[in-house]
Design a protein. Structure first.
Length: 290
């Protein structure tokens, strides 16, 4: 434990690359030793069929009452093809023109503050965005439904913008979205999906694999915000047979906690997916288990 009460052990952030670096910077700025080990690779959905589906979704937006984005990546890859020139030229007026052409009645739905921030950065007015309260116990599909579930969805159409795993084994990461789709359907809504990015298993370098092995027993604290990240770690053939019983982790959702424990981690703590709460939990782990 440091003098500031923050965990002295290194925290391993497993989010996709840019997200991981952002979290590392935030943790370091708050006095936490942190490093990035991205366990999900994000790639644009580039096949002809995927591009056609995205274009059709854009052309059909006027027929939807709401458009739900599962993550900031979903926002980025949904808007990027239509805003590429504006982004290159940094032409705010061009972005505003695109946004003005979107249906004024369309509601934009987000499971958490990161996705809200991405929508605002894309030019969407905060008044058009629905999301869980900033003090919600979780930022997920269930928390979003608490905000919007009482509305009359009968006969309305909803579009869910999401990523796709490169194989069926990663599909567990979308269980919350499937649950949300079932709630809408039970409420009488028609739910459509469009995949705008691909979630892939990263190829870890020799140095990253060595770091992962060491982190199984050296007191490092893994930070998991996705069960898919955990799965991708365990699927690395070079890490087969690693004993995780001495490993420690913080997970940002009860489902992820269960997955990490089932994978053999000796210490797993749950935290809200907010920096303040994660920082506090890291200190608690270091105090109890050092």
């Amino acid at each position: 434990m440091t003098a500031s009460g923050v965990a002295a052990a290194s925290v391993i952030v497993t989010r996709p690359g840019p997200d991981a670096q952002h979290w590392v910077q935030q943790l370091q700025a708050s006095g936490v030793t942190a490093e990035a080990l991205p366990l999900i690779e994000i790639a644009a959905a580039s096949s002809a069929a995927q591009q056609q589906a995205l274009q059709q979704a854009w052309q059909s937006l006027s027929g939807y009452a709401a458009c739900m984005f599962v993550s900031g990546h979903a926002v980025t890859h949904f808007f990027k093809p239509n805003m590429a020139l504006a982004q290159v030229e940094r032409a705010q007026s061009a972005i505003e023109t695109i946004v003005r052409e979107l249906p004024a009645s369309l509601r934009y739905l987000a499971p958490g503050p990161g996705t809200v921030a991405a929508l605002v950065a894309a030019g969407i007015a905060p008044a058009q965005i629905d999301a869980p309260a900033v003090d919600a116990s979780q930022f997920d599909s269930e928390a979003l439904w608490q905000q919007i579930g009482q509305r009359d969805w009968q006969g309305l159409r909803v579009l869910i913008v999401r990523g796709q795993s490169e194989d069926a084994a990663g599909a567990a990461g979308s269980s919350g979205r499937d649950w949300l789709a079932r709630q809408w359907q039970a409420a009488g809504a028609q739910v459509d999906f469009v995949g705008v990015y691909q979630r892939c298993v990263p190829r870890l370098s020799a140095a990253q694999l060595q770091r992962a092995r060491a982190a199984s027993s050296d007191g490092s604290i893994w930070l998991f915000s996705s069960s898919e990240a955990l799965l991708n770690l365990l699927r690395q053939p070079e890490l087969a047979g690693v004993d995780w019983r001495l490993a420690r982790a913080v997970a940002t959702h009860p489902r992820i906690v269960d997955s990490v424990r089932a994978a053999g981690w000796g210490v797993v703590a749950a935290s809200r997916p907010a920096l303040k709460d994660i920082r506090q939990m890291l200190g608690s782990i270091e105090s109890l288990y050092s």
